[in-house]
Write a protein that binds this ligand. Structure first.
Ligand SMILES: Cc1cc2nc3c(=O)[nH]c(=O)nc-3n(C[C@H](O)[C@H](O)[C@H](O)COP(=O)(O)OP(=O)(O)OC[C@H]3O[C@@H](n4cnc5c(N)ncnc54)[C@H](O)[C@@H]3O)c2cc1C
Length: 368
């Protein structure tokens, strides 16, 4: 039976970034992905925004991971030729209440160490985004866009170039922790033993934790649906425009994105689901979705919308509950050689390299 130093379960952006961080320093790093390719789920079904880090409570893992991850993601993309652009973004207030929210966001961003924040009037906003409605805007210079599929594949390629073994069609099905090794069975990868196991299974991380008898976490799938504007309307937006965030903490709100390839992407909304694999049924109607977009872009009409893709957030906050939960990165209480990453919703794409550093430190301590 093959023996690993580390097995990472899950080939999304988080698992691949962890593999890329570990492989240069460690032999026998395995990454197991249930599906035929890495990055087929949430990591490539998102907005592709490199977030700056101003939304999250100071000191939280999300705040720290996002601010550090922002810097590391730009560095990684530049070093390995991953398509990306530091576009900056506007967060726009359309009511007096939202103006107050922008004040709080500015304050929070500064506390989190986000640089390049600037408030501007609606008139100044319209010099750059002439079609966007709004009374006040917060400009965030360090936000940007990344081609997420390329990002995930490049993390995986860097890991493989340093000797990591990446197995696809390798769903972790069973685990049996022993004193020195965890024995596992994983699809086509068969049976393996490992000194450390990292659970980076995204939406299914609670189920992987349960294989170790750990049932303290439950992931609530929350779908985000996108629409695309007709090509003839893509000129209505030049960059990245967000509303004031949903005060419930459910999402950052339906935003407008001029993509790296020149289309105008709208979304995502946020809707809790029963089924973690349900990307399509009961989508929000065109009219209802368009009404959200019109708050920022009054010119856009329902007929201008084309259905787009969707992605599913791995939320630890149940439906109806106020506030967003923080990322969880923790050793299993019963089996400390097992490290879980749970509830890695937004800004997980951005924070992945920072989470990878944190996990690399835990792995190092385990193997010492
Ligand atoms: C609509 C939406 C918009 C978002 N926008 C942004 C954004 O703009 N910026 C940002 O920073 N973040 C954003 N996010 C968040 C970001 O996409 C996620 O935080 C990130 O992709 C999570 O990555 P992951 O590797 O944890 O999960 P995933 O990408 O889901 O990867 C987990 C992998 O584990 C595999 N797996 C599951 N179970 C097993 C098993 N038993 N054995 C083996 N493999 C298994 C899965 O097949 C999957 O490939 C968004 C999320 C959504 C849904």
């Amino acid at each position: 039976m093959e023996r690993a130093n580390v097995i990472i379960v899950g080939g999304g952006v988080v698992g691949c970034a962890i593999a890329a961080a570990l492989a240069p320093r460690l032999s026998d790093v395995f990454l197991l992905e249930a599906l035929p390719r890495v990055g087929l789920l949430t990591s490539t079904r998102n907005s592709g925004v490199i977030h700056a880090g101003l939304y999250y409570p100071p000191g939280s893992l999300k705040a720290r991971g996002c601010v550090e991850g922002n810097r590391l993601t730009y560095q990684f993309c530049a070093a390995y030729g991953v398509p990306h652009k530091k576009t900056g973004k506007f967060i726009v207030a359309t009511s007096p209440e939202e103006e107050e929210q922008l004040d709080s966001l500015l304050q929070r961003g500064r506390e989190n160490g986000v640089e390049g924040l600037e408030q501007m009037t609606g008139a100044t906003l319209r010099q750059q985004e002439p079609h966007v409605a709004g009374r006040l805007a917060l400009h965030v210079a360090s936000s940007g866009l990344v081609e997420s599929e390329s990002l995930v594949k490049t993390y995986a390629a860097v890991a493989a170039a340093h000797g990591a073994y990446i197995a696809t069609d390798a769903r972790l099905e069973a685990a049996e922790p022993g004193p020195d090794y965890v024995r596992i069975r994983a699809g086509q990868a068969g049976e393996l033993e490992t000194r450390v196991l990292v659970n980076a299974a995204g939406l299914f991380a609670d189920e992987v934790a349960a294989l170790f008898g750990n049932r303290r976490y439950k992931i609530y799938p929350c779908r985000g649906e996108y629409w695309e504007a007709a090509a003839s309307k893509a000129h209505l937006v030049n960059g990245l425009v967000y509303p004031a965030p949903d005060p419930t903490g459910l999402s950052l709100g339906v935003h407008l994105t001029k993509t790296l390839w020149g289309t105008l992407l709208l979304g995502p909304n946020a809707r809790y689901l029963e089924d973690k694999n349900d990307y399509e049924t009961n989508r929000e109607s065109r009219e209802s979705f368009c009404a959200r977009v019109q708050r920022l872009l009054p010119q856009l009409q329902p007929d201008d919308l084309r259905p787009g893709y969707s992605g599913i957030r791995a939320k630890l906050t149940p439906p109806g509950q106020y506030g967003g939960a923080d990322f969880v990165v923790t050793r299993d209480p019963t089996y400390p050689q097992v490290i879980h990453l749970i509830g890695i919703d937004s800004p997980g794409l951005t924070a992945a390299p920072a989470l990878a550093r944190q996990v690399a430190q835990l792995v190092k301590e385990s193997l010492a």
